[in-house]
Design a protein around this ligand. Sequence first.
Ligand SMILES: [Zn+2]
Length: 355
Amino acid sequence: MAETISSSENALSAPFPWQGAQWTQLSRAFAVKQLAHAYLLSGCEGLGKSLFADGFARYVLCMKPIVQGAIGGLADTAVACGSCNNCLKCGVGNHPDILTIEPGEGSKNIKIDQIRRLSEFVIRSSHSGGAKVVIIQDAHLLNANAANALLKTLEEPNDNTHVFLVSNHPGRLVATIRSRCQKLPFVVPGADIAASWLQTIIGEGNINSILEASDMRPLIALQLAEGGLLQDRAQFLQSICDVKAGKKSIQQVLSLVAKNGELEVLQHFSAFLSKLTKYSLTGIIDNEGDPELQSMYALLIPSKEKSIAQEVASSLALLYTEVETARRQLSSTTNPNPQLIMESILWQWSKLNLH
Ligand SMILES: [Zn+2]
């Protein structure tokens, strides 16, 4: 029988408040020995899918699961205890019954050698006598050979082994692999859930504007709050202003974009354009707390004339639509060319008449 603890003690292995439904679905299946051989955990970046997979793997192996209390409005949730032998091995990242596969350092692919290790892992017996779990992070980065090899493993499932594929771009996975997996989609949580979670982590602060800047993705919001991404965003916005002022070329901005990731950068750009549009029409600045952005707006749009302001606003709105389309393309099932898409957006931005 599971014992109850306070919600803070086991934060590492517990699902986030917006993952209650997914956790319940899997843990119920596990309780009646109906856990599927393969799951595809999908959804945009910043929802904690990888941590969910890791936490659930720990729960599956835990010898004495505990009840965490209600999560996301659902009934009591059982999670890994964090202190049994298996949990201690998981805690230091070397439980022999969990295999995590991800693109190697500096590599943009998951290669066939890594999937061969997976095939060996699947057929050998469990060290702890229970289930074995494989987690494939960024599964859309499996190269063609690796995908074929994985497919063979998925076609001959081992009763005792469960594979969790985690992906921000499930559409890029080959259809034959997708069809072998049960789908476990994750969605952006409601503002209330995201805000109250963020507040418990960072305390008081500009919670709403951080969430807005992160498109309501809680873990991106946390990164923003902790500063790393704020710096990247400031650097990118400064560089697009430099393009406008003729101080930087589009090529220079493209190399910065490649470093930070196109989707992330387009998200910043989209939020920036939406605020700039509002500013051009009303003169109101949304980021009162951000003096750098204020001076950017004023520099970019010096005119206060109403007729000009409306023209500027419609051009900005058009570009905003283009950026949103680009974001969809980049997350879509087709095989987009991020650099071409980015180049076209930056070119349109450089040609935009803001005066
Ligand atoms: Zn345990």
